[in-house]
Design a protein around this ligand. Sequence first.
Ligand code: FE2
Length: 378
Amino acid sequence: MAILNYEPNKLVIGKGSLDAVKDVPGERIMIVAGGSSMRRSGVIDRIVSLLGDREVFFHEGVGKNPTIYEVNSGVEDFKKYTPDTVIAVGGGSTLDAAKAMILFYEHPDLDIKTVTPEILPEKREKIFLVAIPSTSGTASEVTRTSVVTDPDRGLKIPLNCMANKPDIAILDPDLTMTLPDNVVAETGMDALTHAVECYLRPDCDDFNLALTQYAILGIMKWLPISFTEKTEEARERMHNFQSMAGMAFTNVGLTMVHGISHAFGGYYDYPHGLTNGVILPYVLEYNKAVPSVAEKMEGLAKLLGVDDFIQAIRDIRSYLGIPNTIRDMGLDEETYLKDLPVVAKNSLMGPTKFNPIVMTEDTIKVVIDAAYYGKSLL
Ligand SMILES: [Fe+2]
């Protein structure tokens, strides 16, 4: 049995959908944003103006891999301003951080250093959450996922619970029109990884196979156009496909690509989508040993009109300028070998537990080694 949940309650999509902000409930609004891009592009001013005469507070400056300290600083702002609605606007990291801030604000009894998914709450108690992504990747606007980093332990902590699901997701492609090329490429690879990992899981049900298969085909077609030609249509399609992948993986889950990627991201602060993009083909090669996974990949190749699905992934990755190996990301061999025991251990956590092939420290080192040196696993 599987219980599928496609909340948030409302998904507002399409060009100009930012206008839906004027109808969000609440009188004390906290806007959570990342660096300065949402300010520079005028998005924050537009949100403030849509909110009319309501009281508006700001927590800005969320980084690319938000830390538990950034979350705690947000909690302090929440205590000070006592918002009834939070509008999180920005990339996936910003949305994830806002979810974590709300979680620890509403539940001061939880300790961010020691919390485990089993004790996380099922419902958000006080705050109405509006999520407005400015990148097309994490799909945090429709998921129960929030990932924060504990820099002291070099670990990413997944805070997955129903209380994290936003009430409204606003998918306005206008916000993605000024994204830097590398962000389009990296977040696009994150979305593709979500769709592929979810689709290839043996427990992916009919509903989520439909969502992810359509997302995979759509991303493979539109991501290169979004990257090079930057058309409004491509950006809109990518914004929708990444969210569809999110709706699916929040119900079904991910696999070893994200497990390894979180380990490297937590340890070296690498961008999430970039790391996924590097690792994805190696994991596909490894998991191809499972007949049902190989069969699904053959089916995808047919639908895409290509000979080999993994090669198609490698082709799109190289078109986007994503490196072929972890070594190409700039990690020197001495450091890699020194850190490997810890990173391999950390890679076994989270979604690796649901990989189609059960992984051990020894076997995951084989996959990581292939991704570091560029070895084939076929
Ligand atoms: Fe991801």
